[in-house]
Design a protein around this ligand. Structure first.
Ligand SMILES: N[C@@H](CCC(=O)N[C@@H](CS)C(=O)NCC(=O)O)C(=O)O
Length: 217
């Protein structure tokens, strides 16, 4: 199986975390999109020209959460969805809140962060931070109070939250905001997972990818 995309992308990183938690690293070859993200070759693999995409034999699959769901069914050992319907729904809800609402708030901050204060778009930033507040409050309402996102075991919710929080903690302080302020459950979750080897390795790999990206200028 081939996974396209680098660890600069929080969407690629979500899939990499699922792969590591499932212990299937050995089955996965990592690759850059052939000819670039908008090349004909890569558009045949990922019609929107985005990363990640997974290739499994002749089957090509874009969209990080759909890839994670596919891996969950393809490799049911080391499950990343709990057995109980309510707990499964909580995990899926966190993934959905991350995808539909948190990234909507985060994405504009990528463009604003490198700009000098005077060149920043204050209205866009205020709108982004408000969207992030709404998304993070919704996640705070559903996340479990201790341990991993849904309790004792790793789940697809952690795979979605770890790379999201890498970028939130990197970018939000530069705009005077803190992603866990007033959100005790998310604060506890972040503290609990930050000490895990899996998360340390993920954060280090993403930091290095950001450094390399910035060094390109
Ligand atoms: N909803 C998609 C988002 C993927 C996405 O936006 N990937 C970015 C990299 S972080 C990308 O490929 N951007 C290139 C582009 O939009 O042209 C997923 O979950 O996989």
């Amino acid at each position: 199986m081939k996974l396209y995309g680098s660890r600069l992308s929080p969407f690629v990183e979500r899939v990499i975390l699922a792969i590591k938690l499932k212990g299937i690293d050995g089955k996965i070859e990592h690759a850059a999109p052939p000819g670039g993200m908008k090349s004909d070759d890569y558009l045949a693999i990922s019609p929107l020209g985005k990363v990640p995409a997974l290739e499994d034999g002749g089957f090509c699959l874009p969209e990080s959460q759909v890839i994670c769901d596919y891996l969950e069914e393809r490799f049911p050992e080391a499950p990343l969805l709990p057995g109980d319907p309510e707990a499964r729904a909580r995990v899926r809800l966190i993934c959905r809140l991350v995808d539909l609402y948190a990234f909507e708030g985060l994405v504009p901050l990528f463009g604003q962060a490198p700009l000098p204060e005077a060149d920043r778009d204050a209205a866009l930033i205020a709108d982004s931070l408000a969207k992030l507040d709404t998304a993070l409050d919704a996640i705070e309402a559903v996340i479990m109070p201790i341990g991993r996102a849904h309790g004792d075991d790793w789940s697809l919710a952690d795979c979605a939250l770890v790379p999201l929080f890498f970028y939130l903690t990197l970018l939000m302080p530069g705009f005077g905001a803190d992603p866990t302020a007033g959100r005790p459950k998310l604060h506890a979750w972040l503290n609990a997972v930050a000490d895990e080897a899996l998360v340390k390795e993920s954060n280090a790999a993403m930091r290095e990818a950001v450094r390399a990206f910035r060094a390109q200028g």
